[in-house]
Design a protein around this ligand. Sequence first.
Ligand code: UT7
Length: 337
Amino acid sequence: MNREYNAKISGIGSCVPDHIITNHDLEQLVDTNDEWIQSRTGIRERRKADSTQATSDLATEAAKIALRSAGISPEDLDAIVVATTTPDMAFPSTACIVQKNIGAHHAFAYDVSAACAGFLFALSNATQHIQSGMCRHVLLIGADKMSHITDFQDRNTCVLFGDGAGAIVLSNSDDGEGVIQTELGSDGRHGDILSVPAGGTRQPLTAETLPLRKHYIDMNGSEVFKMAVRAMENSARLLLEKTGYHIDQIDWLVPHQANKRIIDTLGKKMGLPNERVFINLQHYGNMSAASIPVALDEAYRSHLLKPDQLILMVAFGGGLTWGSSLLRWTMKSQNNE
Ligand code: UT7
């Protein structure tokens, strides 16, 4: 690699709300059942933030843990990038709110909006901030309060989503370790199969539009399913081809956690055995931009990720947006964290 600097993960953390919503809890709200949810999605429970917890609160907690694990202070940060589709408000950005909360006064801060693929889009930005020499330490957070845009009267979607935040600190490394390459894609022509139609400037939220419930997630599940598998497989294959790695060299696939059947199909198509695919959606459902960093954090804290291992991350979301990223893991497991 011919770069002066590269970006490596030097710290990681996550935060999910305490409140657990089980499949049985959802049986009380909509016409569904635990057997259907588990067999069609793999999800057993998800977390739900309370009315006082905004996205930035989850993001701030995850950020503090990631900074501690990196052993740096907030003042050392040069940038904060938050991937979210559920910001606290239109502006200030959630990243600026996190900046204030943690006291990272030397950082510039902004949000990235790419739905469930947001973390990988933000990772691409953050990596380039470091590779260009502009930044030494970037705090990168995927955070979403999906319960805010989930219609708990719609059984097609309310069983799928959960709230959470995951954060990493990306730091410069002069030995070329860390993020190898990221591949991104979008196709706005199919934006309508997964969207939140109202609440923006196209369909403002008014007393008349509120009962139509268009300010919640609207999804054509089976279309999204098919496109997700296709786009993630193509993206991952392209990334491997460009970087010259073979699927057999991948130690862990850490995919976006939307549906176990999507992940199993992807793993099978890619020729990856189940033991090398990390899945934690049974506990959290789909946390959108938070899914991958929370999964990475759990895999790391469970001592599954070891230095020098090759990690492949893939994601797909509304937009449509998708991406994949290959990195060499550099952090040693810490028993006392
Ligand atoms: O990160 C990107 C965001 N989203 C995703 O990746 C999600 C992608 N899609 C999926 O995960 C799946 O398509 C779903 C889990 C949403 C649905 O699974 P499916 O196997 O594609 O089911 P389906 O949409 O074809 O629906 C099958 C049946 C329907 O009933 P009918 O029309 O066959 O009588 C649905 O009404 O299942 C019914 N159904 C439910 N039944 C019980 C849908 N949701 C539920 C539910 N409980 N919660």
